[in-house]
Design a protein around this ligand. Structure first.
Ligand code: UDX
Length: 468
């Protein structure tokens, strides 16, 4: 880690206002995972970027090049991009850029539909910011939005707030982002495709921006309508989520089938080039800020068109039940959970992040507590974020040993690297009864079953003890 002894320009400070005389190539509104990573990556690749967010605490942190969340390599990227990247909470500064990216959140409403509030606020702010611009500014929506949002929500709001006309005074494109948390920096610097939805004129402006940005490393690009671009993103996430639910369903079949192991089945089908091995890791289900929200939004959107989209619905149903499978196995193994001490390894929704949004650990812990278990939990990075969402009955510990010591059952929920090297004897020596449920297929069943009472998602109970 490099030393963090400089700071980004915070353009709110009057002494830095001179910097505004220089126009930015791009403004990025909304400095969450997508916005901040995109802003820093564009700046590293040579663009003058201003990152804008209404949250002044977040802006202040970023100005000191401290990432407001845990993401590998992000702080290094903030250091690397320092000379091209400034931040502010004054959204009106967007008016000084030719291209303005919107990367604000589109969370779920309680009925599963997409919340447009933040997007509308951002669009209106942009409208006010570009009011006096004669440069034909281009507004680019990177947020994940249901088809029709650019044309029916964003553009009308900008027109209303600016008094300008779309297509004549300003342009607009849909350009979804596909980065994954945990590898956001790599994904942003090395995208496998660009999807651009807009008119020929607007798409050409954005295309030329990306050609400048990526040069010879320009990824494959599809130029299409805004609705297609918007639907690509939802279909992409729903398809990957479907692959996970599919393999989790096969896992359930394997658990009742002599000598079956879902990992071998996944290897087998993954070798078919038409299917591929990725996103076929059976486990406790998908979580995070994207898949659950986007699959629900697609389901809701499809219903609004009069079609129920049964595969999308089934994807969510399987995912709803999957985390509880771990609790069922624990209950069977321990003959009930009342008063039993259960150790949870891993809380974040996936490794290399401290993000607890829709983390399956929360659902599992709630169920365990409801059944009377005493729960202790460990995570290498997410203890702080977890403390904000978990019942205070859960004992959160920073040492794995303290988590496992005296427990009746351990449940591996998130496959952090540091758990991979744990030997079965480590569990056995600390636990009261050495029952391990491997929710992410991290361990070798043959080795672990010799020492522990080992069960795993997608593994026949007898399989670890039998040679085929
Ligand atoms: C996802 C998409 O991958 C990304 O393209 C999009 O832009 C945002 O949503 P992310 O949520 O960061 O990214 O994580 P991802 O790696 O896709 O994992 C999502 C969830 O699926 C995690 O809970 C993970 O544990 C789970 N998962 C993933 C599985 O259970 N099995 C798998 O084989 C893969």
């Amino acid at each position: 880690m490099r030393k963090n002894n400089m700071s980004l320009a915070v353009l709110d400070q009057s002494e830095k206002m001179d910097a505004l005389e220089t126009k930015s190539d791009v403004s990025i509104i909304g400095l969450g995972f997508v916005g901040l990573t995109t802003a820093a990556a564009f700046a590293k690749l040579g663009m003058k970027v201003i990152g804008l967010d209404v949250d002044s605490d977040k802006v202040s942190k970023i100005s000191k090049r401290v990432a407001p969340f845990h993401e590998p390599q992000l702080e290094e990227l903030l250091l690397d991009s320092e000379k091209n990247f400034s931040v502010s909470s004054k959204i009106e500064l967007a008016g000084r850029s030719r291209i303005i990216f919107l990367t604000v959140g589109t969370p779920s409403r309680s009925d599963g539909s997409m919340e447009t509030r933040f997007l509308i606020d951002a669009a209106r702010n942009v409208g006010s910011a570009i009011k006096s611009s004669t440069d034909y500014p281009l507004v680019v929506v990177k947020s994940t939005v249901v088809p029709g949002t650019l044309l029916k929500v964003v553009i009308p709001e900008i027109e209303d707030a600016s008094g300008m006309t779309y297509g004549t005074d300003f342009g607009a494109c849909s350009n979804p982002e596909f980065l994954r948390e945990g590898s956001a920096v790599y994904d942003t610097l090395n995208p496998d495709r660009l999807i651009i939805g807009g008119t020929k004129k607007d798409s050409a402006i954005l295309l030329s921006f990306y050609k400048r940005l990526f040069g010879k490393k320009m990824p494959k690009t599809i130029l299409t309508s805004p609705s297609n671009a918007e639907l690509v993103k939802y279909s992409n996430n729903a398809f990957l989520a479907m692959k996970i639910s599919f393999i989790n369903q096969i896992a359930r079949i394997c658990e009742s089938l002599p000598n079956a192991d879902v990992q071998i089945v996944a290897e087998g089908i993954g070798l078919d080039k038409r299917i591929g091995r990725s996103f076929l890791s059976a486990g406790l289900g998908f979580g995070g800020s994207c898949f659950p929200k986007d699959v629900k939004a697609l389901q809701h959107f499809s219903k609004s068109l009069g079609y129920d989209a049964p595969i999308v619905e089934a994807t969510m149903k399987v995912n709803h039940d999957q985390p509880l499978r771990a609790v069922q196995i624990a209950e069977e193994k321990l003959n009930g959970l009342e008063g039993k001490k259960v150790a949870i390894l891993g809380l974040a929704f996936k490794p290399d992040t401290d993000d607890m949004r829709e983390a399956v650990s929360v659902k599992i812990i709630e169920e365990l507590l409801q059944k009377g278990a005493i729960v202790s939990a460990h995570d290498p990075k997410a203890l702080k974020t977890a403390s904000l969402v978990l019942d205070d009955k859960v004992q959160l510990v920073s040492d794995k040993k303290d988590c496992l010591r005296g427990s009746d059952c351990a449940l591996l929920v998130t496959e952090w690297d540091e758990y991979k090297t744990m030997k079965p004897e480590f569990f056995r020596d600390l636990m009261r009864s050495p029952v391990l449920i491997d929710g992410r297929r991290l361990y070798d069943p043959t080795q672990f079953a010799k020492v522990l009472d080992y069960s795993a998602i997608g593994l026949d109970r007898g399989a670890s003890k039998t040679t085929c």
